[in-house]
Design a protein around this ligand. Structure first.
Ligand code: ZN
Length: 301
């Protein structure tokens, strides 16, 4: 699967001798210190992102290796004149409890890159989007391939948050300088399976107020739908326990979570019908049928 993530970069300047040596391993003709500009890039880390996904810590060194030699472009446009930078070194470093890939990239100092360098130096260009391919996505709760089990990302199971752990790096692609608002700095920009962009990202990018408004409306409705689904799941457990047919609370909960929306509604309806039947009040007197008269209209005037 293809993964896109957000990273950040920091200006640096002229390369050290060791850095220049690494740069020159990638170039056809050796460059001098004056010809290049280097900067550092925070490519990705093993923290849980807002999509409840995370890179496996042990995958980071391999991924870092794959990024060396990859180019940096503007806004994902893959054409030679847009390839402005290249990663010449990448390593995994620790930042508190997080492991992250810190890469170093260089850019040729030319009239064309002058603006870009000024923007990096000035902190205007400080975000990048990186792409890579990972072979495996594992459920953090049960260790099965994500999607093959009943756990869902972002939900808690026995107090443990379910995430998809991405491992086994296959390839690393270009990184892009992206123009994104500052509040998205810690966010994630990601594409899976080619050009499939998330709807929220698409709408946000479009900056079309009517689209944003209609998405908000859908999100509110979805919220309501999720609340209704939760209520149904609770009803299924309550009614199931009420009927006492041998399934305990945990089993009923698991069953309810696994049913799709339609089946869950039917299940609840069925249980409710049974409960009503068993709890319907029964009259103490035998049913009285009014005596039939000859005409049936004695009291009619
Ligand atoms: Zn699972």
């Amino acid at each position: 699967m293809e993964i896109k993530k957000a990273g950040s970069l920091a200006g640096s300047g002229t390369p050290s001798d060791a850095q220049l040596e690494k740069i020159n391993r990638l170039t056809k003709t050796p460059l001098t210190r004056e010809q290049v500009y280097v900067f550092s890039v925070h490519l990705c880390d093993d923290a849980v992102d807002r999509d409840f996904e995370q890179f496996a810590t042990q995958s980071l060194p391999k991924l870092a290796e794959l990024f060396v030699g990859k180019t940096g472009i503007c806004d994902h446009e893959w054409s030679s004149q847009k390839q402005v930078a290249r990663i010449f070194d990448a390593d995994v470093i620790r930042d508190g409890t997080t492991s992250l890939i810190q890469a170093w990239a260089y850019m040729l100092r030319t009239p064309q890159t002058q603006d870009m360098i000024a923007q990096i130096e000035g902190g205007i260009k400080k975000e990048v989007s990186v792409g890579c391919a990972m072979a495996k996505s594992i459920c953090s709760i049960c260790g099965k391939s994500y999607g093959s089990c009943e756990h869902r990302k972002g939900q808690s199971y026995g107090g443990q948050l379910c995430t998809a752990i991405l491992s086994e790096p296959v390839d690393a692609y270009e990184f892009s300088f992206v123009a994104v608002p500052a509040q998205r700095q810690a966010g994630v920009m990601k594409r899976k399976g080619g050009n499939c962009m998330k709807l929220e990202d698409y709408v946000e990018k479009s900056q079309d107020s009517s689209l944003v408004e209609s998405l908000r409306g859908l999100q509110r409705e979805a919220e309501l739908g999720r609340a209704y689904r939760k209520q149904l799941e609770q009803d299924a457990v309550r009614l199931g326990l009420c009927l006492d047919f041998g399934a305990d609370e945990q089993l009923l909960r698991t069953l309810a979570q696994q049913l799709d929306d339609g089946a869950l509604q039917k299940f609840c309806k069925g249980l409710q019908g049974k409960v009503s039947m068993l709890t319907e009040p029964v009259g103490q007197l035998p049913e009285m049928t009014p005596p039939k008269s000859e005409f049936g209209r004695e009291f009619m005037i």
